[in-house]
Write a protein that binds this ligand. Structure first.
Ligand code: HAS
Length: 562
């Protein structure tokens, strides 16, 4: 480890060189994430063009098969590998400059499991034995190896979490009574959320889907399996979001020559995410029988409380931006906006993501409102919602991270040409997502269902109002694929070809502005927050789950629909 201060072009910032062991580990995670990104993006463009009637694909490759590849590769594999790589990098940086051997061993075992799982899952999808979409709802029956593959990915990701926990626990032992570094704290919170959330899908896969797929049981309790899936499925979205928030809270202040607005607020935000994000899965099941209305209303109320930490984040971001601008001499009411580094892709790409998150988040509030959900459920509105949140806010932030993290790991320079290319690529992505997600919201309101292959419903008049939007949605796939190609081209350049640096590249970590208010140590008491989460989960899930198991709805034999 070496840590010294150099002029970065923005501010005097500590630079940092990864140890070789950490560098290889993080790059291994990012590399697999980028391969998944390529696969998922190609499948996305093809299924998008097919879904909107631009191309007719040979019958041998089905729409749902491509859609499965798109969802699994992007929503499950790209995100998980990228997130764990990013968290390991920041944990190494902020907890003493390196991971210890034991942390690395855990992370490598996890990586191997995730890679084996990814390979097995991809083969199952490509040989058309797992065309079950990324939610793999029962009673759809995939090859049992697909479920084993998903289990390997999940357990592998837990071990990545164990690596972060061991590094964090060691640091705390060595720094008794001190508040932990914010990045590491937030990484721990993210992995706690992830592990609690994935327990649901792990139970579903181990006790329902694998026995169903191997033929050990003739039937499956569909309602129970969907409930276990959505117990996991909603906090899953915060597993995607929280690393983006880490970047917004911790890294961006340094990039914009500012300071963190507060140390306690981001910690509280993450604790609130752990508490509120898990007991809300029923808001994906508002339209399902077998769950009494009272539980659904409770889930709706709790979902609206999980919006609060995001609103706190809006506040903190504006405060951080304004403080940074004013510190650089801005005086007018909005003059601070001009001081933001608009030409720096590390800031600009995530900023576009933040902008898109405003309508994306508002759409989420619509989804969460029990009555309004009746209008949009299972329509393309929902697909538009997650293209604004996951595929825009989160993905644009991941782009911004990759543009400096890869050269920081390879000890190469983020040249101004690649920086500018990154800005163009982020614009292309942003515009592509607007062309994609805005029409999806509109046709969703007009009643167009999601998860359907191309059809004109026998030219039924109900389809007419949707038609003008299809070419726009189809075209968006081309924008997005081009953007991914540029991104991956930039990554290849930064990985292998960019000029080497004599001094290590910057790893931006912001400092807190006002340290006069000590951070309450209670925020670091994980057993307390985990126990409270457990209590909330028990309150929301005990009665419905007991009901589903004791008086189960008619179960279903497994179905292969393709
Ligand atoms: Fe969602 C469905 C509710 C957030 C992802 N969501 C989905 C699905 C996905 C997904 C993938 O209640 C589909 C699952 C499937 O396949 O069926 N969602 C919400 C709510 C929020 C929310 C209340 N979702 C997300 C995020 C996702 C994501 C984040 C991915 C990362 N969602 C739902 C519901 C459903 C659902 C229902 C089920 C629908 C159904 O019927 O099936 C909230 O967390 C959103 C809060 C966010 C905000 C925005 C804050 C804005 C910020 C940016 C600030 C900007 C700045 C810069 C500072 C309130 C922080 C601006 C500067 C300028 C100068 C302009």
């Amino acid at each position: 480890m070496s840590e010294n201060a150099v002029e970065t072009g923005t501010t005097r910032a500590p630079v940092f060189a990864f140890e070789r062991g950490d560098r290889v580990l993080v790059l291994a995670h990012l590399g697999v994430a980028f391969i998944a990104l390529l696969l998922g993006a190609a499948a996305g463009m093809l299924q998008g063009l097919q879904r909107t009637g631009y191309i007719k694909w040979p019958d041998a490759v089905g729409y749902y098969q491509l859609l499965t590849l798109h969802g699994v590769a992007l929503a499950l594999i790209f995100t998980t590998l990228f997130i764990i790589g990013f968290l390991l990098a920041g944990t190494a940086k902020t907890l003493g400059g390196r991971l210890h051997t034991v942390d690395r061993v855990w992370a490598w075992i996890g990586w191997i499991m995730m890679v084996v799982g990814t390979a097995m899952g991809t083969v199952s999808i490509l040989n058309n034995s797992a065309t079950v979409l990324y939610t793999f709802y029962a009673p759809l029956k995939a090859s049992p190896w697909f479920y084993v593959a998903m289990a390997l990915v999940v357990v592998g990701s837990w071990l990545g979490g164990v690596a972060i926990f061991t590094a964090y626990a060691r640091w705390r032992r060595q720094h008794r009574g001190q508040v932990s570094p914010l990045f590491a704290y937030m990484s721990v919170a993210t992995m706690i959320l992830w592990i609690i959330a994935t327990l649901g899908v792990a139970i579903e896969v181990l006790f329902q889907l694998i026995p169903m797929a191997f033929g050990w049981v003739p039937r499956v309790n569909v309602e129970l399996s969907r409930t276990l899936f959505w117990y996991f499925g909603h906090p899953l979205v915060y597993f995607w979001l929280l690393p983006a928030y880490i970047y917004w809270y911790v890294n961006i202040p340094q990039i914009i020559k500012g300071k963190l607005f507060s140390d306690s607020l981001p910690r509280l935000t993450f604790v609130l995410f752990i508490l509120y994000s898990i007991p809300v899965g029923f808001h994906h099941q508002f339209n399902e029988p077998g769950i009494a209305n009272g539980w659904k209303i409770l889930a709706a109320a709790l979902t609206l409380t999980v919006v609060v930490p995001s609103l706190m984040t809006v506040f903190a971001m504006f405060a951080t931006f304004e403080m940074a601008g004013r510190a650089q001499g801005a005086t007018g009411r909005f003059a601070w906006l001009r001081k933001l580094p608009w030409k720096d892709v590390r800031f600009f790409a995530p900023f576009l993501g933040m902008v898109m998150f405003i309508p994306g988040g508002a759409g989420g509030v619509v989804n969460a409102s029990y009555q309004l959900n009746q209008v949009i459920h299972n329509t393309l509105w929902v697909t538009g919602h997650f293209h604004m949140t996951l595929s825009s806010a989160v993905t644009l932030t991941f782009f911004g991270i990759a543009y400096w993290l890869v050269p920081a790991l390879t000890n190469r320079k983020l040249t101004w040409r690649v920086n500018n290319l990154g800005i163009f690529q982020a614009w292309l992505w942003f515009i592509g997502m607007l062309l994609n997600a805005v029409p999806m919201h509109i046709v969703g309101l007009l009643g167009e269902p999601r998860r359907t292959a191309f059809t004109t419903y026998n030219d039924n008049p109900v389809v007419q109002p949707w038609l003008p939007y299809w070419p726009v949605m189809g075209m968006s796939g081309i924008f997005l694929f081009l953007s991914i190609m540029l991104f991956l081209g930039a990554m290849i350049y930064l990985w292998w070809f960019a000029p080497r640096l004599d001094t290590p590249a910057e790893f931006p970590i912001g400092e807190v502005k006002d340290k006069s208010h000590p951070t309450p140590m209670i925020l670091e008491r994980w057993p307390l927050w985990i126990a409270l989460t457990g209590v909330l989960v028990l309150i929301v899930y005990t009665v419905p789950l007991v009901d589903m198991i004791q008086t189960p709805p008619p179960s279903s034999p497994p179905i292969r629909s393709w």
